[in-house]
Each structure stands twice: as C-alpha cells, then as structure tokens.
Design a protein around this ligand. Structure first.
Ligand code: HEC
Ligand SMILES: [Cu+2]
Length: 411
C-alpha cells in the first residue's frame, strides 16, 4: 500500500515537472510560431501579442480545470462504484464561486485590453501624417505636407503570373501576391499617423506586424498610427472583400532608419518613384524642348521600358508590348476580346474614345474616368503600347500609334 502511495506521488511529481517544462517550452514556441499571431515590431503590437497570449493561457487553464473535473467525476463516480446516486442539489457557495471567478477573470483581461485600446486610438502628437486611399485595386500613399504621393500596385511579375494561362509558375515569383511595385517607406522611431479613406468601395488596410487594421471607407476618414521599432520589410493585405481583384492589392511597408528615410524622401521630392523610375524618364522628356531627341535614362528604367527607346517605336512592337500590358491591367474589366462587360465596363470595339483623338485616349488611361481607375503607375512606354494596341486590336483599325514622349507630355 505505502509502496503504491510512493510511486503514485513520484508519478505526480514527474507529471508536474514535465508539465511545467512543457508549458515553458510551449510559451517559448508560441512567441515565434508561424501559425501564431505575429509579435510585430511596435510597442503596441507587443502589447497586443501579450494580451492575446494572456487570454490564450487563461483559456488553456480553464480548459484543463473544467475537463479535469469532468473526467475525474466521470471516473470516480461511475455507476459500478456508486450504484445509488446522491440526492443533494443547489449549493449557494458553489454558485457564488463560479460566478465570482469568471467575473474576476473577465475584469482581469478587460482592464489591460482597454489600456491598449486607448493607446491605439491616441493619434495625437504624430511626427508625420500619411494619407492612404484605397482604389479598386491598388493603394495610394500621400506624404502630407511633403508633396510626395504615389500609387502602390501588385508587383508586375506576379500580376503577369496570375493571369489565366499565363504559363508562369507562381512558385517562381518571389513573395507571390505579397509584393508591390512601390513600397510605403516609413522611418523607424517616429510616430506616423495614417488618414485612411477610399475612392470607390470599402477596402481594409491591414499590417499584422504593426498590429493595425482599419477599413478604408469612401466619404469617411479613419485614423490610425504606428511607431516602428525595427527597420525591415513588412507585408499585409486588403482585408475587406472589395471586388474581383481584392486578393491582388497587397500592402508592403519598408521601415528605414531616420537617415535612410530622409534620403529616400529627398529623392522622391526630386520626382523619382520608388522602384520603376518611370516618372524620371518622363520628367526628363517633359523638361526638354525637343522630346524626341532626348534619351530617356534607360538604365534607370525597368527592363520592359529599356527595350523601348525614347525614339519612335515600331508599331508592331507597340502592339506586341501592348497586348501584354492589356492582359495584365485592362482585361479584367474590358475582357480579352475588348467587348467588356456592358453596361459596367464598356466595349472597346469601335469605342468613342478608342477611335477618337489619340490624346484623349492616352489621358483617359493616365487619369481614369468615373469607374475606370487611373493608371499613373504604368510607364510612358507601357501606356503608349496599350493605347496603340486598343486602337488597332479587337477589330479596331484606327491605324495610328502612340509614343512614350507623347504620353509623358499628357501626364
Ligand atoms: C476596373 C475596371 C477597368 C479597368 C481595369 C480598366 N478600365 Fe477602361 N473603362 C472602365 C470603365 C468603367 C470605363 C467607362 C468610363 C466612363 O466613360 O464612364 C472605361 C472606359 C475605357 C475607355 C473608353 C472606351 C471608349 O472608347 O468609349 C478606354 C479607352 C479604356 N477604358 C482603356 C483602358 C485601358 C487601356 C485599361 C488598362 C490600362 C483599362 N481601360 C482598364 C473600366 C476599366
Ligand atoms: Cu481592397
């Protein structure tokens, strides 16, 4: 008997020690587990993570206690042991306890959570402000007071790969559907306030590593803020189902040191875009009195543009390039054969703009019109190509061709 007692006690001790070390190991893994919520890189995101873990462990303890009592009762009071059931009912003490304990737990969770919420909503005393506007299907970032503003769209290679029958294996595209052409660049250690709105439907701006997520609603301005602790690249997504390309408007934040950020901002004020350098090319052309004679800084331009020099491009080449630009950017609405989806998305076959003056056609692509979004992120060469393509494909036979220089002047 005492032997049995001793081994039982030993087993209990072993279990306790085992459980404690397991719990410590579990807590450690949970901190960085890819399937858990990310810990993030801001003070607020760390608080959010701590709250999340606290609630989680409370749930684990409750689960263990409740199921423990249940399994114990099922086992200890089984019928073969106690054929005659007890007849007591109602225990005021037990009822008070099982009301008081959850009450204490809930208050214990609510107090720190409210503190974090209040912090999250406090957008005062920001060092800088960025206005974010959602579009179907891209984001616009305006650095308020800095005169810097750009669009951020799905990275080009991913956009090609996602097309039906593209023949490109998405696995070969780095950060497939999680990369954009122009990153939202932010300084570390600065309180950044965001003003969030939308130009068409409701979108959602979500950046898990910064623990911020809010809806972008047309006609409303929502506020949020962040203060990033670590330089790096952070990825997020639109989180409100905003139409057919909802899954193709990712968000990328690049946090830079203050000095690097300042240098980046200076460069942007000089008119360069983050990745494509397309505006540099067009600015160079605009600044010149004789656009055709000027060589665009080809080495700074993306590969596709480099293939198209500033001098007149052959119409066949424009048509070939235009078909690709069309498939990647326009086909979702205007369809592969140009017939669109009337009445929402008009047919381009014999369209008024498509068969009208070419300048108006180019302008509509650059600036958009009503439900047609603007495409300022396309390079001059790409716009020239797609406009030429639309005018001479789908049975249209306008016959003329657009050139990059012409597009630059209309930007
Ligand atoms: C989100 C859907 C959408 C996408 C993507 C889109 N368009 Fe449109 N497009 C429209 C709508 C809507 C109109 C009608 C605008 C209006 O007149 O109110 C339109 C009209 C046009 C017209 C005028 C048609 C005519 O002749 O009357 C042209 C040209 C055009 N789009 C070109 C393009 C090009 C080039 C692209 C790609 C770079 C593109 N569109 C991408 C929705 C879209
Ligand atoms: Cu969206």
């Amino acid at each position: 008997m005492s032997n049995l007692n001793r081994s039982l006690r030993a087993a209990a001790v072993a279990l306790t020690v085992g459980f404690a070390s397991l719990a410590a190991r579990a807590a450690d893994t949970m901190d960085n587990a890819y399937w858990n919520m990310p810990k993030g890189v801001t003070d607020v995101s760390h608080e959010v993570f701590a709250l999340h873990m606290a609630a989680f462990w409370v749930c684990v303890v409750i689960g263990v206690v409740v199921f423990g009592v249940m399994f114990y009762s099922v086992f200890a009071h089984r019928r073969s042991k106690h054929p005659v059931p007890a007849t007591f009912h109602h225990s005021t003490l037990v009822e008070i306890i099982w009301t008081a304990i959850p009450f204490v737990i809930l208050i214990g969770l609510a107090v720190p959570a409210a503190g974090t919420l209040i912090k999250e909503y406090d957008t005062r005393n920001a060092d800088m402000t960025i206005k974010i506007t959602g579009y179907q299907w891209k984001w616009q970032y305006e650095y308020v007071g800095e005169n810097v503003s750009f669009f951020s769209t799905l990275e080009k290679r991913a956009n090609e790969a996602r097309q039906l029958h593209s023949g490109i294996d998405p696995k070969t595209v780095p950060n497939y559907l999680h990369d954009v052409d122009n990153y939202l660049v932010l300084p570390v250690g600065k309180k950044v306030r965001f003003l969030l709105t939308s130009n068409d439907v409701i979108h959602g701006w979500w950046m898990p590593d910064l623990a911020i997520k809010k809806d972008a609603i047309p006609g409303f301005i929502n506020e949020m803020w962040t203060k990033i602790n670590e330089p790096g690249i952070y990825r997020g997504q639109c989180t409100v189902l905003c139409g057919r390309d909802h899954g193709f408007m990712p968000i990328v934040v690049e946090a830079k040191s203050e000095a690097d950020y300042a240098a980046w901002l200076e460069k942007m004020k000089g008119g360069e875009t983050v990745a494509a350098a397309t505006t540099t090319a067009s600015d160079a052309v605009v600044d010149s009195a004789q656009p055709a004679a000027v060589e665009a800084p080809v080495e700074a331009a993306p590969v596709e543009v480099a293939a198209a020099p500033a001098a007149a491009v052959d119409k066949d080449d424009l048509m070939k390039a235009g078909a690709k630009v069309y498939a990647a950017n326009c086909q979702v609405c205007h369809q592969a054969d140009g017939t669109g989806l009337p009445p929402s998305f008009p047919s381009l076959v014999g369209g008024k703009v498509v068969t009208g003056p070419i300048d108006a056609h180019i302008t509509q692509v650059l600036k958009g019109k009503n439900a047609m979004p603007p495409f300022p992120q396309l390079s001059d060469a790409d716009v020239a190509a797609v406009v030429t393509y639309e005018r001479n494909a789908f049975g249209n036979k306008v016959g003329d061709a657009a050139q990059a220089g012409q597009v630059a002047k209309l930007r």
